[in-house]
Design a protein. Structure first.
Length: 388
């Protein structure tokens, strides 16, 4: 079933635009809480408010890094590791205070905010298994009720679980917001949105009834982990290591035989489904070059599978700051790639804006996932609302 996310489908159920705050922390753990204010009716964008990238304190960041490592061994066992509760409380309190500061800094009162969209921290994601029929599993840490009490505001959270219970992938959730951005932009046909976070995902829309989105492969996570493992910082800053290296094309061709890349959409990835081990045995420059080329080539593979190939990609997410990655995507996909800022968007704010938008949709009973984005049978509502 295809879905039209156009205003004609949903406007009758939307009300007056309201201010919402959105929160996002990516799986690459860059140390920031992304917070943004957005005014919307859940269909159209009325106003973009202030946003900030607020750093976690060192103790909370270290706690979250340890939690991700523990989650890899946990693998959805019946009992939660003890560290989950500590991490959930710490990140909930830190993100709640980030919302409070941003709202007040923007000259608003907390009571001016209708709802907070709280994604939480993804610690593990397992896609449904098409071969065995095993359902997917997903886990985000974040206590919506605790945040609602602290802020005195309704909080929308747990956006993915309902979709997964219904047989969906639980990801990506950004496409419906991407469509709102494209409508606002009046983007020409052939424009798609590419998010370069820990994982890369793609949103394609025909401008009318067809919306397709899926995770294309890795983006920043393997490269960041590789550079970190070499003791050379948290990332390949400015793509400098990749630019100085040489891609082993034979090794790249072998990596591109991974079955995920040939699988049909909808499909989704965990942050650790593709790892730094792809560059095992290589030096910093050649390893970075290989991982960068692999991300770029997987995006080219994804474009080949769409009903029509985009003529340009608008890139958001941290990977757009990496000139080596951006140029490799253009070269290996044959498609023009431009950063979100080139069309007037705030590239660092889009994911947080998205969860503000999804919070309004959740509160107003509008769907947030769709058959060709997560694989559910019909457009689905999602998220839970915690009241103060």
């Amino acid at each position: 079933m295809n879905v039209s996310p156009s205003p004609a489908i949903t406007a009758a159920r939307a009300g007056e635009p309201v201010w919402a705050a959105g929160l996002m922390t990516g799986t690459v753990l860059d140390g920031n809480i992304d917070v943004a204010l957005l005014k919307s009716d859940g269909v159209n964008i009325d106003s973009f408010g202030r946003y900030t990238l607020e750093p976690y304190d060192a103790a909370t960041r270290d706690l979250l890094e340890r939690t991700l490592e523990v989650a890899r061994g946990w693998q959805f066992a019946p009992e939660d590791p003890a560290i989950f509760a500590a991490a959930e409380a710490a990140l909930t309190d830190a993100q709640g205070e980030a919302v409070r500061r941003l709202v007040l800094d923007a000259g608003l009162r907390l009571q001016d905010i209708d709802v907070v969209g709280f994604h939480g921290q993804s610690v593990l994601h397992r896609a449904p298994d098409r071969r065995t029929g095993a359902p997917g599993r997903t886990r985000q840490l974040g206590d919506g009720a605790r945040m609602a009490r602290r802020l005195g505001l309704p909080v929308a959270y747990d956006f993915r679980s309902a979709d997964v219970r219904a047989g969906g992938q639980g990801a990506p959730l950004s496409p419906i917001y991407h469509i709102a951005l494209l409508r606002e932009l009046e983007a020409p046909e052939g424009t798609a949105i590419l998010n370069l976070g820990g994982v890369a995902n793609l949103t394609w829309w025909d401008g009318a009834k067809r919306l397709i989105a899926f995770d294309t492969g890795p983006a920043n996570a393997p490269l960041n982990d590789f550079i970190r493992s070499m003791g050379l910082g948290d990332m390949d800053r400015d793509g400098a290591f990749a630019a100085a290296g040489t891609v082993d094309e034979r090794r790249l061709a072998t990596l591109l035989q991974h079955p995920y890349l040939a699988a049909p959409w909808p499909k989704s990835l965990d942050r650790f489904d593709f790892t730094r081990a792809m560059a095992e045995g290589l030096g910093a420059e050649d390893g970075a070059a290989l991982l960068t080329a692999f991300t770029a080539a997987t995006i080219g593979c994804a474009l080949d599978r769409l009903p029509s190939r985009p003529t340009r990609l608008i890139a958001c997410g941290g990977g757009r700051h990496n000139p080596s990655l951006m140029s490799e995507i253009e070269r290996r996909s044959g498609t023009r790639v431009m950063p979100a800022e080139s069309v007037g968007w705030r590239g660092d704010a889009i994911e947080a804006e998205c969860f503000a938008y999804l919070a309004v949709r959740t509160k107003r009973g509008l769907p947030i996932s769709f058959p060709d984005t997560t694989g559910v049978a019909e457009p689905m509502r999602g998220g839970r609302i915690a009241l103060p």
